[in-house]
Design a protein around this ligand. Structure first.
Ligand code: ZN
Length: 80
């Protein structure tokens, strides 16, 4: 094992750790999104897709286009 390759391995390990941390962060966001997507699919089944879970008003098209898995209107999601 030469010092050069040892140094390279340290560098690789650090990059790997940073990658892993970044992935964990993304996974948490993904979890939250998947829960929302599940809820949106339920709403499709219920026939309430596009209507706010909380106040029952229609969710604006712009919001559904930006976040098709939205289960609440902008006002209500700000409340939770
Ligand atoms: Zn609402």
């Amino acid at each position: 094992m030469t010092p050069v390759s040892f140094g390279k391995r340290i560098g690789d390990g650090t990059t790997e750790a940073v990658d892993r941390l970044a992935r964990v962060g993304q996974a948490k966001e993904l979890d939250a999104m998947l829960a929302d997507v599940d809820r949106a699919l339920e709403k499709l089944d219920e026939g309430t897709y596009g209507f706010c879970d909380r106040c029952g008003r229609m969710i604006p098209d712009e919001r559904l286009e930006a976040r098709p898995w939205s289960a609440r209107c902008v006002d209500c999601s700000a409340l939770s």
